[in-house]
Design a protein. Sequence first.
Length: 269
Amino acid sequence: MNHKELRTRFNPEGSLLRRQQMRMMEILLEVDRICKKHDIPYWLSSGTLIGAMRHDGFIPWDDDLDIEMMRKDYLRLMEVLPKELPEWLALQNSDTDPNYFYFYAKVRDRRSRMLEQNGYDRLWQEQGIYIDIFPMEQHPIWLHKLTEKTVGHMYKIWRTSTDDKKAIKSVRRIFDFNNKWLFPCLRSFLSPLTSHLLPLITSGMGIPFHNPRYMEEIFPLTTHLFEGHQLPVPGNADAHLRRIYGDYMQLPNLEKLALHVGKLEFLSE
């Protein structure tokens, strides 16, 4: 099936999914503008990067958008985004949304409302269409898996609780312990050792994704066409993607695709 046929099947112009994808693009271009202004490097990642390399844009059925950056750049971006995002966008992290418990950020569109099928977002302040921003760190995979375990119980509480007020308190205790105490201690311990960990990086502590990335495959960054715009991608995106996904140019089983969104409505254009 060629790209035109895929677009016709999954995201033709005017379809709800295509409108969502174009709204995500609007968000990304604002974040890209701010990153360029402040010299903050980032790159398209995961399925978004596959879409860039295989389709020059979104994977036709994809309903999310991911970017990555090194943690030091992520921390800088978290400082400037609240000051520079337009009013129709909101930064969502644990500082801006008291019930948000992920260790990465989202930038949300305030002109839409969506709920995901996992239900984690049911009590978050911002519920619009979003893009994900992931901090990347230098640490061994075994340590990253350990940090996943220290926060894993949060997801179970949030998913199974019948008392949201009680769940919020429990989740916040786990999040704060890790974010304010355990993770800073681990980073302090690792700091003298990071030179020996090069060139391996992976998602920031507590983020439930641990596929390794390699510095020499990511840097220096280059650009690739994505929905009509030249946007940052890893310098050797092909090797990077093959290491994680294998033959990423091969289409998956189109009958077994799973979408994130459970409900979506546009409040304004």
